[in-house]
Design a protein around this ligand. Structure first.
Ligand SMILES: NC(=O)c1ccc[n+]([C@@H]2O[C@H](COP(=O)([O-])OP(=O)(O)OC[C@H]3O[C@@H](n4cnc5c(N)ncnc54)[C@H](O)[C@@H]3O)[C@@H](O)[C@H]2O)c1
Length: 395
């Protein structure tokens, strides 16, 4: 084998930091991706998205000739480890697209060779690892299959890849051993599970986080409806009281994983997952709640509303499933005009400069709590469910 690792989906949010980190630890890495423009950017040393700390390491590993990106799947045949980390979306019925991983493996099937390790790293529906094992066996290949879920948070990859324990799962002891060897390049802590346990562990992780945010958001709405400040209550109840200190603040809980993985888990349980479905109603309902409350105090039809922050979370340029865009769609229906700003997002041609939003908007809503919005001088009323600013008005 002429390279250590080929990563399918290697220029994505999970694949690229992983490839860069492995190359930084001395392995040779081929990033295989169908996104030709991302491949070009990476080969030029440019990150296609914001990931703090990754740019410097990318530059170093490119200079050392340990990492290369390509659209050519032939790279797969040259690697000892083939890591699959493509997106695993849900469909219009909120069911996981079970073919996502299969189709990708079918695309690279001709390149797979005996003796390789195939590592699934996408978040997958329970049973997918076993199905892939069968698929590979039916192809007559002697390839070890393991599932090693990614648990990093976007924006923290370059620290969490080294700090978080790695869950490693496989039916085969040899695959377990070889997958463990790969991840020991990044972390010393490895946890072994059966494949279905590991698949559920990843879904439980994201679902738990999503439900916690929903709990906070529902408590926020309760307090707010009662004319009380959720953050004052939260600060008081958590003060020197560790049992309650993990109650999150309110905010738009969204992004590419939490909702989708909660729905994967619901589908796994025949759509019988009341807590998860309630979390969706609460989190997805929050932008509607904010607008409904604003309508009680303002004649939005006469107003220009500005949204500050369009990414799905602070310090990110990722707008996938961002609730700021849901808020924008609702407001476009209700308000005279809507203006949006984000200091990080580069893919939305409709964004306007901050000065223009501040000059023209009659009312502002913080959509994503980028730290820069904490200190901007604002004359207009600003709705801040995140508690970023001292002068935020109640919704
Ligand atoms: N984003 C996160 O924070 C995060 C964290 C943990 C786990 N995950 C999981 O990791 C997986 C990937 O998520 P992501 O956020 O990196 O998605 P992404 O869309 O950023 O990356 C996926 C990449 O795969 C590429 N791709 C798609 N089909 C391909 C194919 N057939 N061959 C080669 N490349 C292909 C895309 O062009 C893209 O660059 C998902 O299962 C997700 O749930 C994501």
């Amino acid at each position: 084998m002429s390279v250590d690792v080929a990563i399918i989906g290697g220029c994505g949010h999970v694949g690229l930091p992983l490839g860069v980190a492995l190359a930084d630890r001395g392995l040779t890495v081929e990033l295989v991706d169908i996104n030709a423009s991302a491949v070009d950017l990476v080969n030029q040393g440019v990150l296609p998205f914001v990931e703090p700390g990754a740019a410097e390491v990318l530059e170093n590993v490119l200079a050392a000739d340990r990492l290369h990106a390509t659209t050519d799947t032939a790279a797969v045949g040259r690697a000892e480890y083939v890591v699959v980390v493509i997106g695993t979306p849900i469909d219009e019925h909120l069911n996981p697209d079970l073919n996502a991983v299969h189709e990708t493996i079918a695309e690279i099937a001709a390149e797979l060779v005996d003796g390789q390790v195939l590592v699934l790293r996408s978040t997958v529906y329970p049973g997918v690892t076993a199905m892939v094992e069968q698929l590979v066996a039916r192809m007559g290949l002697d390839v070890d299959v393991a599932f090693c879920p990614e648990r990093i948070a976007e924006g923290k990859a370059m620290t969490e890849l080294y700090e978080l324990p790695q869950i490693v799962a496989s039916c085969s002891p040899r695959a377990l051993e070889r997958a463990t060897k790969l991840f020991r390049n990044l972390t010393h802590e490895v946890i072994f599970l059966e494949p279905e346990e590991a698949e559920l562990a990843k879904l439980f992780t994201n679902t738990w986080r999503y439900i916690r945010f929903a709990t906070a958001n529902q408590l926020f709405m309760m307090a707010n409806d009662f004319g009380l400040d959720y953050e004052r209550i939260r600060a008081a109840l958590a003060y020197n009281y560790p049992r309650a200190a993990d109650l999150p603040g309110a905010g738009f809980a969204a992004g590419p994983c939490l909702f989708k993985d909660t729905m994967q888990l619901a589908a796994f349980n025949n759509h019988n997952f009341h807590l998860g479905q309630a979390a969706v109603m609460i989190n997805e309902g929050l932008p509607l709640y904010v607008v409904a409350r604003l309508e009680q105090r303002f004649d939005l039809s006469e107003m220009t509303v500005g949204i500050l922050g369009m990414s799905f979370k602070a310090d990110s340029d990722d707008i996938r499933s961002s609730l700021s865009y849901k808020l924008k769609r609702i407001l476009r229906f209700k308000a005279a005009d809507v203006l949006c700003h984000d200091p990080r997002v580069t893919v939305d041609p409709d964004l306007v400069e901050l000065d223009e939003v501040l000059a023209r908007a009659d009312l502002l809503v913080i959509g994503a709590p980028h730290p820069m919005y904490a200190d901007v001088e604002i004359e207009t009323p600003v709705v801040d469910i995140w508690n970023l600013r001292a002068d935020g008005v109640m919704v």
